[in-house]
Design a protein around this ligand. Sequence first.
Ligand code: DAH
Length: 337
Amino acid sequence: MEYNDILSELLIKIEGVQSDRELGELKASVFGKNGIITELMKSLKDLPPEQKPQAGKAVNDLRVAFTAACEEKEKELHRKKIADMIDSESLDLSINKPIGSIGALHPINQIRKKLTDYFIANGYIVYDSPEIETDYYNFQALNIPPDHPARDMQDTFFIGNGMLLRSQTSSGQVRLMEKHKPPLKMICPGRVFRNDDDSTHSPVFHQMEGLVVDKNVTLCDLKGALEGFAKFIFGDKTTIRFRPSYFPFTEPSVEVDVSCFNCGGSGCRVCKNTGWIEILGAGMVNRKVLENCNIDPDEYHGFAFGLGLDRVAMIQYGINDIKLLWENDVRFLKQFR
Ligand code: DAH
């Protein structure tokens, strides 16, 4: 038989192979003691010398071609084995069984997530800052020295040794700027603590600090940033206004109002008939704060803002008592699924 015919026959056999075992058997029948290729090899020695080189090459070509085809088959069997395994191990989870009640994010966490996502999408990083702070980070570095009257704006829980429960997330500004140099864009969400307790104040509540520091940052940038943010939470028609205010760590400082999302500005219960809702404090980072963090205030400027998350939740959902957010009564929480 011609070598080519032998090869064609072998290739047809390989084609028909269905398992590793069959392939092994085929290989044995070709390379084994009385295998075709073994026999061909053996028969070479009986050929006349002038035919030997050519016949030897042909047998070797046959061996190489067959071996390559076997390897290809092996790979194919392996792929098939994995595909079969994946098929047989797949799990049908579509069983129709009633499920018990599913939890949901707490309304404060929903707001926090929504706002965090917004700021991340606008290039801000999320910075985590400690809840137990030193007087330095919570006050002094923010331009509030000991005995400064501005300390009375926040009734702070001191826990001894110069330590306190942070009364504002503004401490995160200092921690960030000490470690990282501009350009900076960050938000710092978290719990803050003050000795305050009535229907709109809780001793523990949530703030989100924002900070942007770069060359040529202006009050207009602050306004643009906050307007975009206000439209995002309260709707596209929302506008904002700045009112002059005072915070030791910003100069100038502003209080920011949003137009009432409920009445559109004409006056209603939500905005106490003013058409405006106060939502946050903000301003241009005070030179002294930049200096305290070793940032040159002649080269860099920044804006900062601080927002109460509980307040946003209360305004948005019409919650009239902050305690409801802490009691975790399932009947209350269920409404915010
Ligand atoms: N830390 C202030 C507070 O708790 C809020 C605040 C006001 C933060 C102005 C700021 C800011 O970053 O610029 O009352």
